[in-house]
Design a protein around this ligand. Structure first.
Ligand code: SD4
Length: 314
């Protein structure tokens, strides 16, 4: 029997996103609506790595990337967007009301205004401000391996939001959610403020269809988190879906994609993190990461989110 409905999100902060997605799925709603709700919930939350409260780029501006994809190969992405609170809804608007699939920067912001989205102030959240000031002392661009820590949320928004490191260095806490609805259809989303203190204009894997997110309703769906540049090199999530098409389970497919990244440069791979999650049409779930510390949240029958530690290469 097919295990449905079902929603899986990256990280233990997936409890926030899954809690928003589940009511949609439980009522027999569409996976696309569920994953959009998942993104909205995490974009509303104040945390290091998603939404306007996230860490800024090295010039001090928060720039957001997000995408979503449904069960009919419809997709929408926005990147390098400023002052828009819900880039996921902007991506959906682009997908549903224009012939385009990908819009960036100033043009994306113009489209937001034209579509009735309100622009926010662009002021950094207190946490991001603090982290940025700290980062400016050295202004080093040195990605560190993320290990998500289970700590109380500094703002009391719930126990599982991503935490920022004390020294202002960043986590990899992009949120990706994939869902299978009661009708057996798949959709997914990915939303992020990207690498903290990135170069201005830098875009990672998260809004790139086939890298940060891919959905093929005949096969499965995959998303991920981590060092975007390394995911883009292998078109990570598209690779995972193709591996599943050729018979791999979601777990095997995630593992093979990670091994492909590691094979490019095994020494360098020791220094960064990538984690993938995947589901297939039968509702089977899998994940794999390079480093220890990646986890994900699964919500299925009963509706209670379960946090699972991913297997890892190292
Ligand atoms: C990126 N994949 O922009 C994202 C990074 C990430 O929290 O996971 N950040 O490359």
């Amino acid at each position: 029997a097919v295990n449905k409905p079902l929603v899986v999100s990256t990280w233990n902060s997936g409890q926030i996103s899954n809690a928003a997605a589940w009511p949609v799925l439980e009522k027999g709603g569409k996976a696309l609506d569920a994953v959009e709700q998942a993104a909205i919930a995490i974009e509303n939350d104040i945390n290091c790595c998603v939404g306007l409260g996230g860490n800024p780029d090295r010039d001090g501006h928060v720039t957001l990337d997000a995408c979503l994809m449904d069960d009919k190969f419809n997709c929408g992405s926005v990147a390098f967007v400023e002052k828009v609170k819900h880039p996921i809804s902007l991506a959906r608007k682009l997908m549903e009301t224009t012939p385009h699939v990908f819009l960036a920067g100033e043009g994306a912001q113009q489209f937001a205004i034209a579509s009735g989205f309100k622009l926010e102030s662009g002021k950094l959240s207190p946490d991001a401000e603090k982290a940025y000031k700290e980062w400016l002392k050295k202004a080093d661009y040195k990605p560190v391996i993320n290990i998500e820590r289970q700590q109380a949320h500094p703002k009391g928004h719930g126990p599982f939001a991503p935490e920022r490191f004390e020294d202002g260095s960043f986590n990899h806490d992009t949120m990706g959610t994939i869902a299978l609805d009661a009708s057996g259809n798949l959709s997914g989303m990915c939303t992020t403020s990207g690498m903290g203190f990135k170069m201005r204009g830098r875009i990672g894997d998260s809004p790139i269809i086939g890298s940060g997110l891919y959905v093929d309703n005949e096969v499965g769906a995959a998303t991920g988190s981590g060092q975007g540049e390394e995911v883009i090199r292998i078109c990570g999530t598209h690779t995972i879906v193709e591996l599943m098409r050729n018979g791999a389970t979601p777990a095997e497919a995630c593992k093979k994609a990670i091994e492909r990244i590691i094979k490019i440069n095994p020494e360098k791979a020791k220094t960064f993190q990538v984690g993938f999650i995947a589901i297939n049409k039968q509702g089977e779930i899998g994940a794999y990461s390079i480093q220890k510390g990646f986890n994900y949240t699964v919500t299925e029958q009963g509706g209670k989110g379960k946090v699972i530690n991913s297997e890892s290469y190292f």
